[in-house]
Design a protein around this ligand. Sequence first.
Ligand SMILES: [Zn+2]
Length: 256
Amino acid sequence: MFVMQRISLLQIAPTLADFFGIQLISRARPVEQILEFTYSRNPVPPVMVLVVIDSLDCHFYATYAVELEVLHHLVERGGLLFECETVSNHTTPAIASILTGLLPETHGIVTSEDVGKSKINSILEILDEHGTPTAVVMETNGTKPLAGRISYVFAVDDREDIGEYDELIKAHTITVLQKPEVRLVASHLRAIDRFSHRGWDLRVAAKVTNENMRAIAEAVSDRNGMLLICGDHEMHLKNKKRETGPATVPLIVACP
Ligand SMILES: [Zn+2]
């Protein structure tokens, strides 16, 4: 069950770039298994939705398998599951790496202050520039550099009520999926990360995330689209006693 192919988070953007037929400066290799999976679909998926679930690491994915049943079902019903090496312990550089295929020292986005200063374009901008509309659904600061550069930008202000925040991310993701011209959507759910930092019940966060993913998966299914779900970094836990070895996060690829 848990024999997963090991890849890197850096390979997600090159895989999407290969699918869409565009060039990135990343030297990371596309994941052949994902490309074969994509081309084996009939019709080939008209839209790709990448949902980054903050702090979803492989340990959490396995521990809360019952609560995360939507994710596990996607894998069990013919989806792909990979174990990805992470590139940073922090959200901002990790997401920039997922969207560029470059290490943090190369893209230079370390804090939210750096967002927008990097000269390197993400796959969202490159694809949109080539006439293929893309969309982002993220926290307001993370979306600022993309405003006016990609077709659809849904900015959600940070807030104490993280349930409400993720609800908005989910709603905007579903809304943008109604637009037939959009080919790539990137969204970011944050409840699990917030709960872990506050020491709250992670089971609740897993359930909330699962329900949001259920709704997003249905919307992707309605469009015969493809859904990619990944974590960004290992969970930050106080008094952590984790087995040694590099941190890994799951990547799920499925046509719901
Ligand atoms: Zn994070």
